[in-house]
Structures are given as structure tokens and as C-alpha cells.
Design a protein around this ligand. Structure first.
Ligand code: NDP
Length: 500
């Protein structure tokens, strides 16, 4: 900590405090008196130091930096922050683990959050992504159950691998994400050494009104580096804050971490008969179909000065989309539009967007007013619309929401449309067979066997073997033998012949 010139202590109202050491008492042996406001204020404030921790992504850290456009992408978006090569936009990034609470070790197996707030000249643009291009589900109604399965048992308060595998194996659409999670990418060496993904399909529109579907990929310039399962476990004991420390110390050493933003862009009409449903969050768009297009670079070069104010009170929301960017029919994305803002209203308060870390760098002219901790006010501005007194008026042209057509469809509860190559296991199998090296694949097997051996019941272990056999028959055989529970041969053979 820095040595400061020593000012006098004050109360929070700025009045000189009488003592840092002694409370107000009736003589040296008498009781403390209630009108020791300085002591009472210290105790009261201390009792209120915490806001509720995030239900997911509770443990994390962040840094400030900038995004710089490196390539002309005006052909697919009119977003102002992407409009000119060389243009820089300030950014705040927060990285996190998903399931653990505040204080949980950083390095244990989990997806990692990769949340970005771009303070653009058209308002804030938030990309609230992960270090994986896919997720465990394609319908948001499963999210709460999924998270409960990754958290703690209601009676003992313990985490449970049995519960995790039971949920995953009964939810086959999770297979692609679980394959990535169980590979060594589930234990990144540091936040600097992992990629980030918007994961969902989003949309963009150019100046001419042409719409595109897009995916955002942030590729680490530091290179991918992972811990093995045992290295990650050892580091959890050695330094539970390893990832937080690594980011902060790298920036302090002026080794600003950097990522290249590369995007996949699909012409709007191609979505209808693309071989995979392009809005399914459990699928990627193979690069051979939609190659990565360079867009810009993200650099993180400044540590927060106040961890609580800048990291804990940061509130990201995928609803923050600027003109030229938009949503897609991905149902999980649509649900997140509601849920992120809602959780910040609960966790931080109704005016969380007035805090400096969340406030846009452009003026706010909204008719929302008052509520706890209101800080900004609108002088004599009218508080209702329409009005005759010069209050803000919506700019219909700028505020057009990007949409798509749903003509002739009826409200109901539907599975996703299956496109011709859609299934739950295919892309996970491609990853195992065509992308992973022999060493990666061997680690995948030992990671799964290690995880599913740890207090997982025999029936759930059988589900585990069947699940991995569906991803890849040989992989399933290896995992079955590692767990000592091989699948009965007729079942394994039937799956193998299906995969051929
Ligand atoms: P390519 O064969 O063109 O490239 C393989 C991709 O896999 C690269 O992006 C690479 O990322 C990534 N990768 C390598 N090891 C792992 C791992 N252990 N976990 C997750 N990703 C890894 O890919 P295709 O587009 O043809 O897709 C094949 C498979 O690759 C997919 O089924 C999917 O599982 C995976 N993948 C695809 C992505 C996409 O958007 N198309 C993105 C990420 C993964 P890197 O550059 O970081 O090494």
C-alpha cells in the first residue's frame, strides 16, 4: 500500500473524528454511550459493507482498457464504435468463474465469464460472454435448474459431482459444452490465456439497412495456456486468488493483455436453411462455413483503483445494444435481456446505472427518476412525455430495433427447429475426433474419469458412460473402462454403428 500524507480522520459527514482508538465511555470502567455517533456509524456501516453476491459469476476481477478498430467492417454494421479503422472506445472487462462463491479458488474446473462493457459514443454496448463458444442449454427455462445442479446440496451445503453429472447426462444438449469444460480448457492457466466468445448469435445492420447474423470471438494474443487437472487443484490450495492476482500483476508490470476481435458474419437469408440451426446456443458455426473476419483489438491496461466500486458494482447486461447491433431468435439471449438488468436492480439497486463504472459516457435523457441512491437529476426538465416544455423526444430513426419475421406462427411451447445436421452430440464428437490432439483427448478421458469417480452413484456413472458413448464410441469405451462400468456391448455397438 502507498504511504500517504496523513489527514485527520472524519465521520462520513466530514466532521473531525475524536479518536481512532477509544469509544466514549462513562469513566474507564463504565458502559459505552449510545451517542458515540462515530463508533455507531462505524458499526452500522460495517454491517452494510456487502451487497448480495452474484448468484452466478460471484468470484471475479476486472480491468479497464480500450477497443481499437483494425479493419473496415462498415459493410455489415453501422455501429459507430466500429465505424473507422483506428477508432478507440474505452472498455471495462470482468472475468469470473461461474459456480463458486466469493472466495472460491480461482483455478478449479468451470467455464469462465468474459464480460465487456464498451463505453461507446452511442451509449454502452455490453457483450456478456464466456470463454466457450457454446453453452449447456438452448432454452432458458433450464438455466435455474442447471445452476442449482452446479451449486450446493440443500441439506449438507456441499457441492456434488453426482448432481452435476445427473443434470448433464439427462440434458444431452449439454454435451458440446461439457466436452469443452472437461478438456483442459476447463482449467485455464489465467484469464489472459483464454479466448472469449459472445457465444450467442447476434445481429448487425449496415447503413443501407442490410441485416446480418454475427458471432463475436475474442482470440487471446497471449496464446491459449491451460492447467492440467492436478496443476489446477494444486494451485487452488497454493493461491486461491491466482487468476485475480495474475491479471492485476501483469497490468501493473505493463504487460497489457490483448485479444483480437474476429467475427463470423452470415447473410440474413442464409439462416433459414443453414445445416445447423444458427440460433442454437449449443452449436458453433464451423469456420469453413463462416470464416473469422478480423475486426479489432481489445487491450486491458489499467487496474481498478477501487475493487468494490468498479468490479463488485459493475453491472453488465446483454440488453445494452447500440444502433447497428441487435439480438437474434436465440431464446437464451432473449431471456438474458430481462434477467441481467433485473439482477442488478436487486443486487446493487434501482440506480446502478448512475454509478461511474456503469454510467455511459454520453448524456442520459430518460424519464426514469428517483429511487434509492439517485445521484443525477434533471434540473427543471419535464418528468413526463409527451410534454410541451422541451423534454427529450425519441429519435425514431436511431432507435430502430433489429427484428426478424415470425409471420404465421402460433404461441406455444416448441422445441427448436431441427436443421438437417442438428443433433445433440455431433459437434462435440467433431471436437473430440478432429480438433483435440492425442494428449488433449487423453486428458479429457482422465478429467472425466477423475470427476465422475468422486462420489458419483453407480446409476449416474452408467448415464455418464452412455453420454460419452454418444459423443464418441471409443471415448465412451475408455471412460467406461476408467470408471469400471463399461456399457453393455449391444448398447455400445448400436451407438458405434450409428456414429459410422
Ligand atoms: P476448426 O477446425 O476450424 O478450428 C478448431 C477450433 O477449435 C479452433 O477455434 C480452436 O480454438 C478450438 N479448440 C481447440 N481445442 C479446443 C478445446 N479443447 N475446446 C474448445 N475449442 C477448442 O473448427 P470448426 O469451426 O470446424 O469446428 C470444429 C470444432 O471446433 C467445433 O465442433 C467446436 O467444438 C470447436 N470450436 C469451434 C469454434 C467455431 O466457432 N467454429 C470455436 C471454438 C471451438 P483456438 O483458436 O483457440 O485454438
Amino acid at each position: 500500500m502507498k504511504k500517504l500524507t496523513v489527514p485527520s480522520t472524519t465521520t462520513d459527514s466530514g466532521i473531525l473524528a475524536p479518536s481512532d482508538e477509544y469509544s466514549l465511555t462513562v469513566g474507564p470502567t463504565g458502559p459505552i454511550v449510545l451517542h458515540d455517533h462515530y463508533l455507531v456509524q462505524k458499526m452500522q456501516h460495517f454491517n452494510r459493507e456487502r451487497v448480495p453476491e452474484r448468484v452466478v459469476h460471484a468470484k471475479g476481477s476486472g480491468a479497464h482498457g480500450f477497443f481499437e478498430v483494425t479493419d473496415d467492417v462498415r459493410w455489415f454494421t453501422k455501429a459507430s464504435f466500429l465505424a473507422k479503422v483506428g477508432k478507440r472506445t474505452p472498455v471495462f472487462a470482468r472475468f469470473s468463474a461461474v459456480a463458486g462463491e466469493q472466495g472460491y479458488p480461482d483455478t478449479l474446473r468451470d467455464p469462465r465469464g468474459f464480460a465487456l462493457k464498451f463505453y461507446t459514443d452511442q451509449g454502452n454496448f455490453d457483450l456478456v460472454g464466456n470463454n466457450t463458444p457454446v453453452f449447456f442449454m438452448r432454452d432458458p427455462s433450464k438455466f435455474q435448474d442447471f445452476i442449482h445442479s452446479q451449486k450446493r446440496l440443500p441439506d449438507t451445503g456441499l457441492r456434488s459431482n453426482d448432481m452435476q453429472w445427473d443434470y448433464w447426462t439427462l440434458s444431452p444438449e449439454s454435451a458440446h459444452q461439457v466436452t469443452i469444460l472437461m478438456s483442459d480448457r476447463g482449467t485455464p492457466r489465467s484469464w489472459r490465456h483464454m479466448n472469449g466468445f459472445g457465444s450467442h448469435t447476434f445481429s448487425c445492420v449496415n447503413d443501407g439497412g442490410e441485416r446480418y447474423w454475427v458471432k463475436y470471438h475474442f482470440k487471446t494474443a497471449q496464446g491459449i495456456e491451460n492447467f492440467t487437472a492436478s496443476e489446477a487443484m494444486a494451485m487452488a490450495g497454493e493461491d486461491p486468488d491466482f487468476h485475480r492476482r495474475d491479471l492485476s500483476e501483469a497490468i501493473a508490470r505493463r504487460e497489457a493483455p490483448e485479444w483480437r476481435l474476429e467475427m463470423q458474419v452470415m447473410p440474413f437469408a442464409e439462416a433459414a436453411d443453414y445445416r445447423f440451426n444458427p440460433f442454437d446456443l449449443t452449436k458453433v458455426w464451423p469456420h469453413q462455413d463462416y470464416p473469422l473476419i478480423p475486426v479489432g483489438r481489445l487491450v486491458l491496461d489499467r487496474n481498478p483503483a477501487n475493487f468494490f466500486a468498479e468490479v463488485e458494482q459493475a453491472g453488465f447486461s446483454p440488453a445494452n445494444l447500440v444502433p447497428g447491433t441487435g439480438l437474434s431468435p436465440d431464446r437464451v439471449l432473449m431471456a438474458r435481456i430481462f434477467s441481467y438488468h433485473d439482477t442488478h436492480l436487486h443486487r446493487i439497486g434501482p440506480n446502478y446505472e448512475q454509478l461511474p463504472i456503469n454510467a455511459p459516457k454520453v448524456p442520459v435523457h430518460s424519464y426514469n427518476k428517483e429511487g434509492a441512491m439517485t445521484y443525477h437529476h434533471a434540473d427543471a426538465q419535464p418528468v413526463y412525455a409527451p410534454n410541451s416544455y422541451g423534454g427529450p423526444v425519441a429519435d425514431g430513426a436511431a432507435g430502430v430495433d433489429l427484428g426478424w419475421s415470425v409471420e404465421g406462427q402460433e404461441i406455444g411451447r416448441y422445441a427448436y427447429d431441427l436443421h438437417r445436421e442438428d443433433d445433440d452430440f455431433g459437434q462435440a464428437g467433431t471436437l473430440v475426433r478432429d480438433v483435440l490432439s492425442a494428449a488433449d483427448r487423453a486428458h479429457l478421458v482422465s478429467n472425466v474419469v477423475g470427476h465422475a469417480s468422486d462420489q458419483v452413484s453407480s446409476p449416474v456413472q452408467d448415464q455418464v458412460v452412455a453420454y460419452w458413448t454418444n459423443v464418441d464410441a471409443e471415448l465412451g469405451r475408455e471412460i467406461g473402462s476408467g470408471l469400471g462400468r463399461p456399457l453393455p456391448s449391444p448398447v455400445a455397438n448400436a451407438v458405434a454403428s450409428h456414429q459410422r
